[in-house]
Write a protein that binds this ligand. Structure first.
Ligand code: ADP
Length: 308
């Protein structure tokens, strides 16, 4: 195989009580990439469509993640990458992660899979440094693996795939505003009260148990964040109204996707998800800020080949 076309999905990280550790994979939004072997060593990004992003290998997460993967392999050839972006950078649904995950997935396939998907997370994280300044896996893990993923720890990297019910749907409302990462970080408190830690860990345990046992009520009761959302939500206009409209219309929970500005909700079943999406849309329309809204099943496959 010399060329591969792949789909790299959008993801929701910072799932309420799973701040920094729990993410999920979407299936209706994602980028496409074409990766091909080249007689020139190294990695060259030859095309980017749909976004204005750096094409220099070392300034693009796809290039950096790909280089991390091939660094210790003694290859006498290299790779060309074409990126077709659908996920807007800075939307809070893992735009950079999709490129990082796509690059390592595609290269690994063209090399006949020297690494497992879980091992690929390590290389994709290296690409994330370009986007956010740190090696974090909370978007690249669900993007590569699909489903819900838990980052149990980084030293060593320990990723747990979390079983989840089939009829869970996610809604993502993406307001077209920019939240600077520095601002999103600055509002987070470096220390948290013991009571907040107890509440958050109780909810996290409840959420994981609910996902494993298909207990939607428990999932709903647990989808709460007392540590970050209370401070970050002020950066997103109309956040409380959108969240309340989702909950009043039957969503299991709602919160900030990634560092925002996207707002997500989780629902049981497609009909309920459509109803909740309509309510969120109606609520946000009063802001006059442009937005997109997506209703998506949980994508259990993650990054995948669409043509080779
Ligand atoms: P979000 O997770 O909020 O969607 P990201 O964390 O993906 O946003 O950050 C996007 C940042 O990463 C932008 O500053 C963008 O310029 C940079 N970046 C570098 N390469 C890429 C790429 N291939 N795709 C998307 N963003 C990239």
């Amino acid at each position: 195989m010399n060329e591969i076309k792949i789909f790299c999905p959008a993801t929701i990280a910072n799932l309420n009580c799973g701040f920094d550790i729990l993410g999920l994979c979407l299936d209706v939004i994602g980028d496409e990439m074409i990766i091909r072997k080249s007689s020139n060593k190294g990695i060259k990004i030859t095309k980017i469509e749909g976004a204005n992003l750096p094409i220099e290998t070392k300034k693009n997460v796809a290039g950096v993640a790909g280089l991390a993967l091939i660094e210790n392999l003694d290859l006498d050839f290299g790779f060309e990458i074409e990126i077709y972006k659908n996920i807007k950078a800075g939307s809070g649904i893992g735009s950079s992660s999709a490129s990082a995950a796509g690059a390592v997935y595609g290269i690994n396939e063209l090399l006949d899979r020297p690494f497992t998907k879980i091992e690929l997370v390590y290389f994709a994280m290296k690409g994330e440094v370009i986007a956010s300044g740190s090696e974090h896996a909370d978007n690249v893990a669900p993007c590569l693996l699909g489903g819900f993923t838990l980052i149990r720890g980084y030293n060593p990297l320990d990723i747990v795939e979390i079983k989840s019910p089939n009829s869970l749907y996610a809604i993502v409302l993406h307001p077209h505003i920019e939240i600077k990462t520095a601002d999103a970080r600055a509002v987070i408190q470096p220390m948290i009260p013991l009571q907040s830690a107890i509440t958050q860990t109780g909810n996290l345990g409840g959420l994981i148990a609910g996902l494993y046992t298909n207990d939607y009520d428990l999932i709903g009761r647990s989808l709460t964040d007392v540590i970050v959302e209370p401070f970050r939500k002020h950066l997103i206009p109309h956040f409380d109204d959108v969240k309340n409209s989702a909950l009043q219309n039957g969503a299991l929970g709602s919160g900030i996707s990634g560092a925002g500005p996207s707002i997500f909700a989780l629902c049981k079943g497609k009909e309920k998800a459509k109803k909740v999406a309509n309510a969120m849309k109606k609520s946000f329309l009063s802001t006059n800020i442009k937005f997109d809204i997506h209703v998506s099943q949980i994508n259990s496959e993650g990054t995948k080949t669409i043509m080779n």
